[in-house]
Design a protein around this ligand. Structure first.
Ligand code: NIG
Ligand code: FE
Length: 406
């Protein structure tokens, strides 16, 4: 099966050489071939180049006149397996409560855990498949999905089994992350040791045995898990070969960034509270700083210092954080708009952050994130647009006309 896309106004992020991340100044370079063709064969990128060199025929021909073609977005941080919704808390926030105050009253993550406990596995699979379909329509081709609304042995294992079913049933590339350390469940509020031991002694062995997770996560922040608690959980995860991807420095200087770097995290995410020391720690590491601008937008947090990170030479990735409490949307195009508008990232930087750097942040940079021979045929074709900048500029509109997945 071959698909030939011709007359492409701009073939974006087409790179013949293998890149794993783009950082600092290079983030504003986005290789684009004008008036291009792209040939996809048997689920992989076969070749591309200027129209003058285009092959003539393929099984399916697509004329992309006036349109851009990009590699699909990767979304390296989501919580899309959940039951119910939390629009009541949305109103609480309008009335002046903060995310932390809502959590202290038994709302927030614990609220979602109560609903998840009652939900059947199949209903969780179906609702998450619906969310994946929504995300794909906005151009997303790969998604990292976390547990973390179980907060008990049965609940966490149930969530990870749901993610395994999603991997079997979805066309998208998916990764599973164990986030038992998302919040202390009410019965362990005064017994942190007990819950940490439950995770380390009971949950982790089952997860490792069943190959249920690719990564391990901890919400390392004020009012959630301390840096010391985080370190213990990450050490235990490492014994089972689980690399960390952690929630860090969303609510305060939590030590999460430094702890993540120390334990070789693939990514540290959120980072609203990032200063010079944290930037220096990240510069010495292979850890991807991943920013979630829709969460800062939805909760009214101050913005992470994306500009300072990039200008210091760091790479930056973007993700939706799709979840019922702090970011109830999986629209990556809106994330690009927020990155430009709120984080002052250039459109080219935002595209690099949402493709190759996001692919790295979920460990799929060898097969996604750029258009390169042999990579997965996961591409989006835009609506006709005057320029690529038009996409983040026309915020909240869906500028993607068609998504091809393998
Ligand atoms: O990434 N910060 C922690 N976890 C999620 C929120 C989860 C929730 O509120 O349900 C986040 O924002
Ligand atoms: Fe999150």
């Amino acid at each position: 099966m071959s698909i030939l896309i011709t007359n492409i106004k701009g073939l974006v992020q087409a790179r013949r050489e293998a890149v794993r991340t783009v950082r600092g100044n290079s983030m504003k370079d986005l290789p684009t071939i004008e008036n291009a063709y792209l040939l996809l064969e048997n689920g992989l990128v076969h070749s591309f180049g200027p129209m003058a060199e285009s092959p003539e025929r393929a099984d399916e021909m697509i004329d992309a006149s006036g349109r851009y073609v990009l590699p699909c977005w990767c979304d390296p941080h989501t919580h899309i397996v959940y039951a119910g919704s939390r629009e009541g808390e949305f109103v609480d926030k309008i009335n002046g409560l903060t995310y932390e105050e809502i959590a202290k009253r038994g709302g927030g993550i614990v609220n979602s855990a109560k609903r998840l406990e009652k939900a059947e596995e199949e209903e969780l699979v179906e609702s998450a498949l619906g969310r994946l379909a929504e995300m794909e329509a906005f151009g997303t081709g790969a998604v990292e999905i976390k547990s973390g609304y179980g907060l008990s042995y049965d609940g966490e294992i149930k969530m990870l089994r749901v993610i395994r079913k999603l991997k079997e049933r979805s066309r998208l590339t998916l990764k599973a992350t164990f986030l038992g350390a998302h919040a202390y469940p009410p019965q362990y509020k005064e017994d942190h040791e007990g819950y940490i031991r439950l995770m380390i002694e009971k949950m982790l062995p089952t997860i490792a045995d069943g190959g249920l997770a690719d990564y391990i996560d901890v919400f390392c922040d004020r009012g959630f898990f301390s840096a010391d608690e985080t370190a213990r959980i990450l050490e235990a995860g490492a014994r089972y070969g689980l690399r960390p991807k952690i929630h860090a420095n969303e609510l305060d200087y939590s030590g999460g960034i430094e702890t993540g770097v120390k334990y070789g995290a693939l990514s540290v995410d959120h980072l609203e509270y990032t200063g010079e020391e944290q930037i220096q720690a990240l510069l010495q590491s292979e850890t991807m700083p991943t920013l979630l601008p829709s969460t800062a937008f939805f909760l009214g947090l101050h913005e992470p210092p994306a500009r300072r990170m990039i200008d210091s030479g760091l790479p930056v990735a973007l993700a939706t954080d799709y979840n019922p409490g702090s970011s109830p949307s999986g629209n990556m195009q809106f994330i690009l708009s927020l990155a430009c508008i709120k984080l002052k990232m250039l459109p080219e930087e935002a595209v690099n952050a949402a493709t190759i750097n996001a692919a790295y942040a979920m460990g799929v940079e060898d097969k996604m994130g750029t258009i390169a021979p042999g990579k997965k045929a996961s591409v989006m074709i835009t609506r006709p647009m005057p320029s690529l900048t038009f996409m983040p500029y026309s915020f909240a509109n869906n500028m993607v006309e068609r998504v091809i997945i393998s």
